[in-house]
Write a protein that binds this ligand. Structure first.
Ligand code: GTP
Length: 597
C-alpha cells in the first residue's frame, strides 16, 4: 500500500472510557470481524485483561476503509491506558501520526486522559477529540466538549460525539481519521528501519514482534539486526494482523505488522528498539530506546514451600512475555524461599501476582512493596537498596536519596481540602492547581514514589468517594530522612516485616505492626515480647503473654486413636509453622499481618 493511503492512529483514553469497545466497533464496521464472531473486547487477548476489563499489552490491527471511493488502510494501534505502562504507550504513539482522544461524556477528562494527551502532543500527533458514551442518560456532552476544547485549543464544535456501544458516530469518526490524520512519511529507497512497539511471547511461534516500518522495506527470509544489541536474526515470517495474523510478502514505508524470528524471549526483541537489515543496514537507530527500569520491589513467596520450583518456572515463563519483570531468589526467616521481584509499578505487581495465581495455580504471599533507595555512606561507598534487608547497619549513613514523582489528581473541587491533606501527610509538595471547569480541578503535586505505592491510591479513593483519578510519572530523586524499622520477636528480627520509612512515620509503622502481630500470633508457653526497633533503639513494644499450663492437660488421656489423630493434626500444623528464635508462628499469622495494608 502506498503511504498516502495509510493512516496510523491510536486511541488514548482514561481507563474505562471505552477504548476497547470503540476498537470493537471499528473492527465490525470495517468488516474485519464478522458480526457473528464478534466478542466483546476483541483486541484484549489475555484472559486477565478480559476479566479486569483493562488493556495490558498493546495490540494492533489493520482496518480497510473506503473513503470517497478510495481504499485506505487504517492501522489501529491499541495502547495500554495505565500509568505503569507509560513507556509502552509512548512507543505505541511513536508508531502513529494521529490519536483519537476518547473521553467519557459522563465523566469528562481524567488524570490519565491528560497524561496520555501530553505524551501524544509531545510526539506531535494530530489529535481528534471525541466524546464517547453519548447514549448514557448521565452524559453531558456540551459541558465536556467545552472542557476538551479548552484543553487542546479547538472549538467545542470540533469535538466528535460517538457511542462505542451503539455504534453511533463511529463511521464519521473513521472518515475523520482519513481526512485529519496525516499519512506516514518515510524514504522507501533508504536502508530499512522499523520501530518495535510491542513484542509478545507465543507458545507455538516464539516471540511475535510488532513493528512499524519507517524507511525501506522489511521482507521475509532476510537477515535483520536489532540495533540496540547488534544481535542478528533471520526473518521466518512477516505479516499483518487483520484481526488474526496473516503472513505477507513484506512491509513498506508506514506499514504496521508483525515479524517472527524464532527467538523465545521477549528481552531479545525489545520494545523501542530499531530493526534494520543486517547487510547495508541503517547507521542511525530511530529515536530513544530505553531499558525498562523496575521502580517497585516486593518479595513473592509460595504459601506452600514445596511450590518454590513451580514459582520459579512460572516466573521464567512470565518473563518470556514481560521484559520489564525482574526477579532473583531470596530467603526469609518468616516466609522461607521466594523471589525478590522488580516491577514498573503497583499495577504491574498486582497483575503479575494475579497471573501467577490464575495461570499457574500458585498461592502467594507478597511482602510490602518498596522503591529503590540510593544510600551514600560516610566512607564514600554508594549502595542501591531494593530490599530492606540490604539496608546498611553499623556503617554511618551520609545521605539517602529516594525517587520522587510528579502526581496529577483530577477531582470535583469539593474534595480539594481532603486531597491536599492527604498529599501533605505523604510529604507532598503542591506544584500547581487548575480548574478544568467550574466544579472540577486538577492538582499537581510532587510526592515520594515510596509514599504513592504504599496506600496512597486507596486513601485518595476513600477521601474522594472514588471520584478522584490519579496519574504519576517519575521525576528524579531527593534527599530524605529515612530509617529502617525492624520488627523483633523475642529479640529476633522478622525480616519480612522490616520496612524503610520516613523518620516521622517510623513510630506509627512500628506500633501498627507490633499490635497486629500481638493479635495474630497465638500464645506460647512463655512470654513473647514483640518490639519495633530502629537499629538498636526500641521504639515500640507489645507482649504476648504466656499460655496457662493447665490448657495442655487436654492432651493427656482419651482413647488412643483420637490421640493419634491429634498428633497427626499437629504434624500437619507443624509444616506450616515458622520458627523465629524459639517462637513458633503459624504462617497464616505472617500472611495476615502482611496483607492488611
Ligand atoms: P481499558 O481497556 O481498561 O483502558 O478500558 P477501556 O477504555 O477499553 O474501556 P472499555 O471499552 O472496556 O469500556 C468500559 C466500560 O464502558 C464497559 O463496561 C463498556 O461496556 C462501557 N462502554 C464503552 N463504550 C460505551 C458507550 O458508548 N456507551 C455506554 N453506555 N457504555 C459504554
Amino acid at each position: 500500500t502506498p503511504p498516502e493511503r495509510i493512516r496510523n492512529f491510536c486511541i488514548i483514553a482514561h481507563i474505562d472510557h471505552g477504548k476497547s469497545t470503540l476498537a470493537d466497533r471499528m473492527l465490525q464496521l470495517t468488516g474485519v470481524v464478522e458480526d457473528r464472531t464478534m466478542r466483546a473486547q476483541y483486541l484484549d487477548r489475555m484472559d486477565i485483561e478480559r476479566e479486569r476489563g483493562i488493556t495490558i499489552k498493546a495490540q494492533n490491527v489493520r482496518l480497510p476503509w473506503s473513503h470517497e471511493g478510495t481504499e485506505h488502510v487504517l492501522h489501529l494501534i491499541d495502547t495500554p491506558g495505565h500509568v505503569d505502562f507509560t513507556y509502552e504507550v509512548s512507543r505505541a504513539l511513536e508508531a502513529c501520526e494521529g490519536a483519537i482522544l476518547l473521553v467519557d461524556a459522563a465523566q469528562g477528562i481524567e488524570a490519565q486522559t491528560l497524561a496520555n494527551l501530553y505524551l501524544a502532543l509531545d510526539k506531535d500527533l494530530h489529535i481528534i477529540p471525541v466524546l464517547n458514551k453519548i447514549d448514557l442518560p448521565a452524559a453531558e456532552p456540551d459541558k465536556y466538549a467545552a472542557e476538551l476544547a479548552n484543553i487542546i485549543g479547538c472549538e467545542p464544535g470540533d469535538v466528535l460525539r460517538v457511542s462505542a456501544k451503539t455504534g453511533e458516530g463511529v463511521r464519521e469518526l473513521l472518515d475523520q481519521v482519513v481526512t485529519q490524520v496525516p499519512p506516514p512519511e518515510g524514504d522507501s529507497d533508504a536502508a530499512s528501519r522499523a520501530l518495535i512497539f510491542d513484542s509478545v511471547y507465543d507458545t507455538y511461534r516464539g516471540v511475535v514482534t510488532y513493528i512499524r516500518v519507517v524507511d525501506g522495506r522489511i521482507t521475509p527470509r532476510e537477515r535483520i539486526k536489532m540495533m540496540s544489541t547488534g544481535a542478528t536474526h533471520e526473518l521466518l515470517e512477516v505479516g499483518i494482523i487483520s484481526p488474526e495474523p496473516k503472513p505477507c510478502k513484506g512491509l513498506g514505508v508506514g506499514e504496521v505488522g508483525y515479524l517472527i524470528t524464532g527467538v523465545k524471549d521477549v528481552r531479545q526483541s525489545k520494545v523501542g528498539d530499531t530493526i534494520t537489515a543486517q547487510h547495508h543496514g541503517a547507521a542511525e537507530p530511530l529515536a530513544g530506546y530505553r531499558e525498562p527500569v523496575p521502580m517497585v520491589f516486593s518479595g513473592l513467596y509460595p504459601m506452600d514451600g514445596s511450590d518454590y520450583p513451580d514459582l520459579r518456572d512460572a516466573l521464567d515463563k512470565l518473563q518470556l512475555n514481560d521484559a520489564a519483570l525482574s526477579y532473583e531468589p531470596e530467603t526469609s526467616v518468616a516466609l522461607g524461599f521466594g523471589f525478590r521481584c522488580g516491577f514498573l509499578g503497583l499495577l504491574h505487581l498486582e497483575i503479575t501476582r494475579a497471573r501467577l495465581e490464575r495461570e499457574f495455580g500458585l498461592e502467594l504471599i507478597s511482602t510490602a512493596p518498596n522503591v529503590v533507595y540510593e544510600v551514600f555512606l560516610e566512607d564514600g561507598t554508594e549502595l542501591l537498596v531494593t530490599n530492606p534487608s540490604d539496608w546498611p547497619t553499623g556503617a554511618k549513613i551520609a545521605e539517602v536519596r529516594e525517587p520522587v514523582s510528579k502526581v496529577t489528581v483530577i477531582a470535583p473541587s469539593e474534595f480539594i481540602g481532603a486531597i491536599m491533606e492527604l498529599c501533605q501527610s505523604k510529604r507532598g509538595q503542591l506544584l500547581g492547581m487548575d480548574y478544568l471547569s467550574e466544579d472540577r480541578v486538577e492538582l499537581r503535586y510532587q510526592l515520594p514514589l515510596g509514599e504513592i505505592i504504599f496506600d496512597f491510591f486507596d486513601g485518595l479513593k476513600s477521601r474522594t468517594r472514588g471520584y478522584a483519578s490519579l496519574d504519576y510519572e517519575e521525576s528524579g530523586d531527593q534527599a530524605a530522612d529515612l530509617v529502617k524499622v525492624d520488627i523483633l520477636l523475642q529479640g529476633e528480627p522478622v525480616d519480612a516485616f522490616s520496612a524503610i520509612v520516613h523518620k516521622d512515620a517510623a513510630y506509627t509503622y512500628g506500633n501498627k505492626m507490633a499490635t497486629r502481630l500481638r493479635e495474630l500470633i497465638p500464645r506460647q508457653q512463655f512470654e513473647v515480647p514483640i518490639q519495633a526497633a530502629i537499629g538498636s533503639r526500641i521504639i515500640a513494644r507489645e507482649t504476648i503473654r504466656a499460655i496457662r499450663k493447665d490448657v495442655l492437660a487436654k492432651c493427656y488421656g482419651g482413647d488412643i486413636s483420637r490421640k493419634r489423630k491429634l498428633l497427626e493434626k499437629q504434624k500437619e500444623g507443624k509444616k506450616r509453622m515458622k520458627t523465629v528464635g524459639r517462637v513458633e508462628v503459624p504462617q497464616e499469622a505472617f500472611v495476615a499481618a502482611l496483607s492488611t495494608g
